[in-house]
Design a protein around this ligand. Structure first.
Ligand code: EPU
Length: 439
């Protein structure tokens, strides 16, 4: 089983290009079920989750081709058999984002049988808001033998409220938005998720002929249309990959440059980093005019030698992203004083805490909060985490630690980071992918 062997203590420098966003690519791929014409997506990262979504779409009658050798990393999806509507447990259990086929299937094929995703290592992760949304649009939805079974002869536009105890739902908003594009009449989604990946999905849908407005705000309005067409679309850069490498630079007191960095989507992180003493500034790309597009900038990361402690609260966008919580915890282990992190999206998303303790971090968890007493030199240890972002936090800790850290179960990282070891090697880290017995 693959593991990362990291010899810590090297300052990062050099340049890396941020790839397309996994969390945008997955719902955009599912949206291709809404048309019979080909949808061609560019900058689709080569990740296990993308392979899983491709396999799922394959079982749903799509021909999918991902050209990972092409610099544009194009992925083409074309529906060849629209009679399929079953998303089986065997695929859904591997990737929770499989739930995003529910809305498109219902809208285009009038029915869907999608395995209940169940919980995962970061929490319970219910899907009640997805189901509420489909019912509001007029679908009959039942739970049968672990499957969400949904039917609708015609979906009708409606007002749908998607607020839950932890805020809105990102993939729930994607599902309702997709379903509403082909519904009769107007749908108003209140308390919609404002994440940039939702705005990216709306841009794709509008390019396909949909009429979606307000995406990226808490109120999204969708006027239903008769049909959608195929299109070509470049997905947004991955804000979580960018945030992870920015913090990898900071934790090693390095100075790196990142191309294709979605600065506009990183305000909450940049705010906390400024308080910590990490500067992220746009720079001119090699021989090119400065990029005005705040979604695709080249930036330089530089940090002060002494890092300040801060308070971090994860929140729905534009708040601090839960998907960067483990990484900033690793960084704050190096700060000079006490920091506090509170997790308000997934209150149990702390798998990395026990592993960071094994690396000498000084952490106290109290419910959804973790107190971090910084300035301890982390020491290398064999670690593992059964979650993608927790594993990323451990890799960052390994880059800063003295000695050789072995991060086990790298397959979690492969779900969300395209060749992480290559990116970090290019930035000067001493990191290797090695084969180790399963732990
Ligand atoms: N929730 C409900 N009911 C629902 C749906 C969600 O109560 O029907 C709760 C969840 O339990 C959670 C909160 O609402 O407390 C937010 O969950 P959300 O539905 O927004 O999460 P998601 O859409 O399933 C996406 C990302 C996650 C990211 C979260 C939050 C994708 C493929 N996944 O999940 O990304 O953490 O939004 O921002 O877009 C990751 O990339 O590592 C990852 C886990």
């Amino acid at each position: 089983m693959d593991a990362f062997e990291i010899h810590g203590g090297r300052r990062l420098s050099g340049r890396w290009r941020i790839g397309g966003a996994k969390n945008s690519a997955l719902p955009l791929m599912a949206a291709s079920l809404l048309t019979d014409e080909p949808v061609v997506l560019s900058d689709v990262p080569n990740l296990v989750d993308i392979t899983n979504m491709s396999a799922l779409l394959g079982t749903l009658g799509c021909h999918v081709e991902h050209d990972t050798q092409d610099p544009d990393q194009t992925l083409t999806i074309e529906v060849t058999d629209p009679s399929q509507y079953l998303a089986e447990y065997d695929i859904v259990r591997r990737m929770r984002a499989s739930i995003c086929v529910l809305g498109p299937l219902l809208a285009r094929r009038g029915r869907a049988r999608v395995s209940m995703p169940g919980g995962c290592n970061i929490g319970d992760r219910p899907v009640d808001l997805h189901i509420r949304g489909m019912r509001a649009l007029g679908a009959e939805v039942n739970l049968e033998e672990g499957y969400i079974v949904a039917h609708a002869t015609h979906l009708r536009g409606a007002r749908v409220f998607l607020g839950g105890p932890f805020g809105s739902t990102v993939l729930g908003t994607a599902n309702v938005m997709c379903a509403a594009t082909l519904a009769q009449g107007t749908t108003v989604i209140e308390s919609a998720a404002c994440e940039p990946e939702i705005a990216d999905l709306a841009t794709l849908l509008n390019q396909m002929g949909a009429r979606v407005s307000g995406a990226g705000t808490p109120r999204v309005v969708v006027d239903g249309v008769e049909r959608l067409a195929g299109t070509r679309y470049t997905i947004m850069p991955d804000r979580i990959e960018a945030g992870t490498y920015i913090m990898a630079s900071a934790i090693t007191n390095g100075s790196i440059e990142l191309e294709n960095c979605p600065m506009d989507a990183l305000s909450a992180l940049l705010d906390r980093l400024e308080a910590i003493g990490v500067d992220v500034e746009p720079v001119q790309s090699d021989g090119q005019a400065p990029v005005d597009d705040r979604f695709r900038q080249t930036v330089r990361v530089a940090s002060k030698r002494r890092l300040e402690p801060v308070q971090v609260v994860t929140q729905p966008y534009p708040g601090f992203p839960t998907d960067l919580q483990a990484q900033i915890m690793a960084l704050l282990c190096q700060a000079d004083g006490n920091s506090l992190i509170t997790e308000k999206i997934f209150p149990d998303r702390f798998l990395h805490v026990a592993e960071l303790l094994r690396m000498g971090a000084n952490l106290i968890r109290l419910g959804p909060s973790v107190l971090i007493s910084g300035s301890r030199q982390l020491s290398a240890a064999p670690v593992m985490a059964s979650d993608l972002r927790a594993s990323a936090g451990l890799v960052l800790a390994g880059l800063a630690a003295q000695g050789t850290t072995l991060v086990n179960r790298v397959y979690h990282l492969d779900r969300g980071y395209d060749r992480m070891e290559l990116a970090l090697q290019k930035l000067g880290a001493d990191i290797q992918r090695v084969d180790r017995p399963a732990v």
